[in-house]
Design a protein around this ligand. Structure first.
Ligand code: GAR
Length: 182
């Protein structure tokens, strides 16, 4: 029987689609989103991936955390894979599940949101992508993999953004394969 992973995504879903395309037939993948208008839902439909939605806006924060915890308990995925999931997970969830995240900077530099832009505007000469375990504090968990990208004087923000996504699409499936023993 294939191992099951749950990908959690809030928006565009390019990492989700890339993982599905690279790992289908090797692992059983389902999608979770808290955003019922996320584009990732359309990607999942096309790829015939089962989607679970808990609408963040329909609950108080505590209710949402409970709903999500109960849902995850029922799902029992081998691994939870955050791919542009933009909500903070509750301590109870973080403490009870194996969760990894991909982040578009070389952590611990530029945690949080808009990290590609923050790195670009800061003027760093090297930035990159980090895959890490998720712990109770945002973007501080143990690092699993990192890959750097050089920012040349001629690098525009758009070029950098494209390169960062290319690197994400290259390394996330590789990390997953290693962690899942595929
Ligand atoms: C990715 O760049 C991912 O690293 C980032 O959101 C983007 C999602 O893109 N995540 C974070 O910034 C988490 N702090 P996608 O929806 O096209 O996969």
């Amino acid at each position: 029987m294939l191992k099951k992973i749950l990908i959690m995504a809030s928006g565009n879903g390019s990492n989700f689609e890339n993982i599905v395309k690279k790992l289908e037939n090797q692992v059983d993948i389902e999608l979770f989103t808290e955003n019922k208008s996320a584009y990732v839902i359309q990607r999942a439909e096309k790829l015939k991936v089962k989607t679970h939605i808990i609408d963040f806006k329909s609950f108080s924060r505590d209710e949402y955390d409970d709903e999500l915890y109960n849902f995850l308990k029922k799902q029992t995925p081998e691994l939870i894979v955050l791919a542009g999931y933009m909500k903070i997970l509750s301590p109870k969830i973080v403490d009870n599940f194996k969760i990894i995240n991909i982040h578009p900077s070389l952590l611990p530099a530029f945690p949080g949101i808009n990290s590609i832009k923050k790195a670009y505007d800061y003027g760093v000469k090297i930035t990159g992508v980090t895959v890490h375990w998720v712990d109770r504090v945002v973007d501080t968990g143990k690092i699993i993999e990192q890959k750097s990208v050089k920012i040349e004087n001629s690098t525009t923000f758009q070029k950098l953004e494209k390169k960062i996504h290319e690197i994400e699409h290259e390394i996330y499936p590789c990390v997953l394969k290693k962690l899942l023993g595929l």
